[in-house]
Design a protein around this ligand. Structure first.
Ligand code: NZQ
Ligand code: ZN
Length: 389
């Protein structure tokens, strides 16, 4: 572990079939007024809404509902939630849903208590909050983003066409309830999107210096192998508890901070995806799947030993008769095969982008930060987008 680090993840996490049994004790620690936040209504169809509402009522809470949080939540939706939270004197925000609901609520938690241009302060300049945000609890219904165990919130500012995350440690939930059974009803498309999102979070740390022997890389490889195994099982039987629980916990671990320790991190694939999302409102994990092979083929020349290790330890590629460079490319081919055979998106066209002429503007809008092994030029970003089309 060559690079020094501090590690602190404050989220109280309850995992498993009985995780919801902890909700009454958790709720007892906050005041009476709860802002119950959710998305487009899936929780009403799968019965999670009723379970949560019964618990809130039994605990004597006053509930204000904040519903209709869309995938890729917008700045305007955050302002709507903040108005509701202020008007109802919210003591606790309870986010019931996937990454979009949780992220929107994280943003609401600060917009409800602080005045000023918070978009610039937290999402563009990524400052750490000095004002204490409202407390946030999570009941997770979809695995993938890891938002339930991290402090980040990804919000789309539609007017300026910027999709941005904030400081990684700004807005941790107080608690998260993770029942894998709650994820059974997610459509297969969303399940796969979440799985690739997790895969991508792991790779964003794994494909970055340092390359010295370190536990983060060993954990990353174990998690990637687990994802590959459990994707196949969950596709066969979406209600296989073992598979769904492993997929859920992998997604939380991936962004819990553990895998980034002693790594400089990359995040270029996510940066490109976020701007694609700002222009085309595409499903996050699927868009990551569509651009990852082209991205890694571009950067692998700058880190052949690392990509060779990926081929060997994650994909079990036979090294016989292959040069190091051939091994490196074979690992990326295996990743592309996994994306294709699992039914994840293999091109931007599949995501509904019909005209590649707008991709230059997406490339120009990407915020460029120092990356893992190679910081892309704008032309390289544009080429990756065209290759992924
Ligand atoms: O809106 P509802 O009705 O809830 O339906 C949702 C939505 O249509 C549905 N769904 C969720 N759980 C379900 C379910 N349907 C049936 N049964 C269930 N149990 O799935 C659809 C997608 O939900 P969403 O929350 O949008 O998906 P996801 O969890 O992938 O979140 C994506 C957002 O998170 C951001 C992404 O950019 C995107 O905006 N990310 C957040 C991160 C973070 N905070 O750390 C990191 C990620 O890299 C990512 O950027
Ligand atoms: Zn992601």
């Amino acid at each position: 572990m060559d690079l020094d680090f501090a590690y602190h993840n404050p989220v109280k996490t309850f995992f498993g079939r009985t995780a919801m049994e902890n909700l009454p004790d958790l709720l007892a620690q906050y005041g009476k007024n709860v802002l119950l936040a959710y998305g487009g209504g899936s929780i009403k169809r799968n019965g999670i809404y009723d379970q949560v509402m019964t618990c809130l009522k039994d605990c004597g809470k006053n509930v204000t509902e904040f519903s209709g949080i869309m995938a890729n939540p917008t700045y305007a939706k955050v302002l709507e939630g903040a108005r509701l939270a202020r008007a109802s004197g919210t003591d606790l925000i309870l986010a019931v849903g996937g990454g979009s609901v949780i992220d929107c609520c994280k943003a609401v938690s600060i917009f409800a208590v602080e005045e000023g241009d918070l978009w610039t302060k937290y999402w563009l300049e990524r400052q750490e909050p000095e004002v204490k945000p409202l407390p946030l609890g999570v009941v997770l219904t979809m695995a993938g983003t890891g938002s339930e165990m991290d402090g980040d919130a990804v919000i789309t500012h539609e007017e300026t066409r910027v999709k941005s995350s904030c400081s990684e440690s700004a807005f941790y939930p107080d608690f998260a309830i993770l029942n894998p059974v709650f994820t059974y009803s997610a459509p297969q498309y969303q399940m796969l999107s979440g799985i690739f999102d997790t895969f991508s979070h792991i790779m964003e740390a794994y494909f970055s210096p340092t390359d010295a022997d370190n536990i983060s890389d060993d954990l990353a490889e174990a998690l990637m192998r687990s994802l590959i195994r459990n994707t196949a099982v969950a596709l066969e039987d979406p209600e296989d508890y073992t598979a769904r629980s492993n997929l859920m916990w992998a997604s939380s671990l991936a962004l819990s901070g553990l895998l980034n320790l002693s790594k400089t991190e990359d995040w270029e694939v996510h940066e490109i995806q976020h701007q694609l999302g700002a222009y085309y409102n595409v499903t996050h994990g699927m868009a990551l799947a569509a651009i990852s092979p082209a991205y890694y083929r571009t950067v692998c020349i700058h880190a052949i030993p690392r990509f060779k290790r990926f081929a060997l330890n994650v994909w079990n590629v036979d090294p016989a008769g292959k040069t190091d460079e051939e091994m490196a490319l074979a690992g990326i081919d295996a990743l592309a095969d996994y994306i294709r055979t699992s039914g994840m998106a293999t091109s931007l066209r599949e995501l509904g982008i019909t005209d590649p002429s707008g991709l230059g503007e997406v490339a120009s809008s990407c915020i460029r930060r120092p990356a893992g092994y190679h910081t892309l030029t704008r032309n390289e970003i544009y080429q990756i987008l065209k290759d992924s089309f």
